[in-house]
Design a protein around this ligand. Structure first.
Ligand code: PLP
Length: 385
């Protein structure tokens, strides 16, 4: 049996998404930038994708720009703001639990004379709103805060954050890394006062290598990639017509089934977390409570165990989970997110992330639980020697 509980790392594209990708690649051969009839056919696919995505966010279609994924969108929001607003200030605010796709560009800017304030989180991974408010200054050009945390599933209160930023400094831009939230929850960019929002196709059953950045109309955010005049001169490079069309189909499917999907993953998360807590000793949930956190992510610590050891054992049974985020799991160092939550060393060492998709089943969860019940006591004995 193959049990894929690593959907926060990447998801399997829906069958209809794969079909759409193939069909567009086969049938839509023109370059969307070309004025020929074939080019116009291709452009129609891009226009349709913009319509679908803008409807899901409450934005205008022309405020959606397609990228190669979440990392590019995050880099663009940060470097593009710095380039366009450097005369207004050089101060950037972000949080201690952001993905490296946000933290690394900000770090790079600090090497070039920008100043960054990193706002702390509480033990459940909620951004401390008081500290965030206090960090905003007249020269703060950007606040970048994620929507759903990739490691713990904690959902930040984006509407409250957006409102406070604009009350304190209406000129400060608000960027939301929506990579783990888009396609799973709803957010209206106007209501939440968001200036930029990043998303990534492969996190919501779209193709890998696709994504988008919403940029509110009228901002001075500069391009990240220069070249031809594609996407209104904002993102050079021939558009990925098939990938974009397929990603927008995935978004459409996710938003049409949003509530059912949430219920399905909540049932799985509730069952698995409750069973682990009652059947396996010395286990603890990291992050927010079941009711408050994302139902898509369950982060649990198996005390007295190193998570990599458990990961490998589970993999032998065809069960795929992750330790911390996918991007940091190949490195030896511990999760910076769990460290920022001030969890104990033992809790961080034994933290495992189960991340679900509506395609997962209770049967898979039961198979995973049985494997955990078998391995955890043996591995603990071995490790304690
Ligand atoms: N932001 C968050 C919160 C993520 O979880 C990820 C990927 O794990 C990214 C950004 C980067 O997205 P991509 O893999 O599409 O580059």
């Amino acid at each position: 049996m193959l049990v894929y509980f690593d959907n926060a790392a990447t998801t399997r594209p829906f069958d209809s998404v794969i079909d759409k990708m193939g069909a567009v690649m086969r049938d839509t051969i023109g370059n969307p930038a070309s004025m020929s009839t074939l080019g116009i056919e291709a452009e129609k696919q891009i226009i349709q994708a913009k319509n679908i995505i803008s409807q899901s966010l409450g934005s205008l279609p022309e405020e959606i720009y397609f990228t190669s994924g979440g990392t590019e969108a995050d880099n663009w929001a940060i470097f593009g703001t710095a380039a366009g607003y450097n005369r207004s200030g050089k101060h950037i605010v972000t949080t201690a639990v952001e993905h490296p796709a946000v933290l690394a560009p900000i770090q790079r800017l600090t090497e070039k004379g920008y100043e960054a304030t990193i706002v702390p989180v509480d033990q459940q991974c909620n951004v401390k709103l008081d500290a965030l408010e206090q960090s905003i200054r007249p020269d703060t050009i950007l606040v970048s805060c994620m929507w759903a945390n990739n490691e713990t599933g904690t959902l930040e209160d984006i509407e409250a954050i957006g409102k406070r930023i604009k009350e304190i400094n209406p000129n400060t831009l608000f960027h939301v890394d929506g990579v783990q939230g888009y396609g799973k929850y709803k957010l209206n960019v106007q209501k939440a006062k968001i200036d930029m929002l990043s998303a990534s196709g492969h996190k919501f059953h779209g193709p890998r290598g696709t994504g988008f950045l919403y940029i509110k109309k009228g901002l001075r955010v500069r391009p990240l990639i220069y070249g031809g005049s594609h996407q209104n001169g904002m993102r050079a490079g021939t558009e990925n017509t098939a990938g974009t069309a397929a990603m927008s189909l995935a978004a459409d499917i996710c938003y049409r089934h949003l509530e059912d999907n949430k219920k399905a993953v909540f049932t799985l998360k509730k069952w698995l977390s409750e069973q682990i807590l009652s059947e396996i000793s010395d286990t603890i949930v990291n992050g927010e409570t079941l009711e408050k956190a994302s139902p898509y992510v369950l982060n649990m610590s198996f005390l007295g165990l190193r998570s990599e050891v458990l990961l490998h054992a589970l993999e032998e049974k065809g069960i795929f989970v992750s330790a911390g985020s996918a991007c940091s799991s190949k490195k030896k160092n511990h999760s910076t997110v769990l460290q920022a939550m001030h969890l104990s060393e033992e809790r961080i060492e034994g933290a495992v992330r189960f991340s679900f998709s509506p395609e997962n089943t209770l049967e898979e969860a039961a198979y995973c639980l049985a494997a955990l019940k078998e391995f955890v006591p043996i591995l603990r004995k071995y490790q304690r020697k």
